[in-house]
Design a protein around this ligand. Structure first.
Ligand SMILES: [Zn+2]
Ligand SMILES: [Zn+2]
Ligand SMILES: [Zn+2]
Length: 201
């Protein structure tokens, strides 16, 4: 699944994201990069890379992911780790951050795997007061075909993608999110320019 690095504007394939996080010339030494990957209902993979200060809590990452990817209604969610822990806590405890599993919505569950892609001693010195998360790379929206006529899908219904002509009224917009087509996900919280999206907590 091809995507873009918003820092250097290079194309990045899903398999190259970890190595790109290490070697991207536009990333600073003290920037800690976290990767998240999630599978959508169609089986397509969605991923993001984000620069996080080391005082970022897992709960902040959850809020961020809800904004760009997940939130449809107040579903329950779970982490395989204490969500109040900061990235520093996790890295200290596990050496290198282990894969942390996150689940949103215990009915039509969307699962995500969170992992450190880049971290070194310089990040440890990062003592910013507020936790900051900045989106740095993301997959391009995967193409989906209309299940009826095979034209490019623009919305998603019970049976899959639909083009503008074949779409039913209750279909939802097709969005670049693992949550597209699930529950009532309509991307209401999506930032306008995702390439510049950054949040402080
Ligand atoms: Zn780059
Ligand atoms: Zn929902
Ligand atoms: Zn169609």
């Amino acid at each position: 699944m091809l995507g873009n690095c918003y820092r250097c504007n290079k194309k990045v394939d899903i398999n190259d994201v970890p190595s790109h996080a290490q070697k991207c010339n536009e990333l600073k030494d003290n920037e800690c990069v976290i990767g998240v990957i999630s599978e959508g209902v169609s089986g397509k993979l969605y991923w993001v890379g984000m620069i996080c200060t080391t005082n970022t809590k897992l709960s902040h990452i959850e809020t961020f992911l809800k904004d760009i990817w997940l939130y449809c209604c107040p579903h329950r969610s779970t982490f395989s780790y204490n969500k109040k822990a900061t990235l520093m806590d996790v890295i200290k405890k596990t050496g290198k951050m282990e894969r942390i599993m996150y689940e949103y919505d215990m009915g039509s569950t969307t699962s995500a795997v969170i992992q450190v892609l880049k971290h070194n001693e310089a990040c440890v010195l990062n003592t910013a007061k507020k936790a900051t998360i900045t989106l740095v790379c993301q997959n391009r929206a995967p193409l989906m075909k209309c299940v009826d006529c095979k034209k490019k899908a623009v919305s998603v219904g019970e049976n899959g993608g639909k083009c503008g002509v074949c779409a039913d009224e209750e279909d939802l917009p097709l969005l670049n999110s693992p949550r597209t087509g699930v529950c009532g996900y309509d991307g209401e919280n999506l930032p306008e320019n995702v390439a510049l999206f950054s949040r402080q907590y």
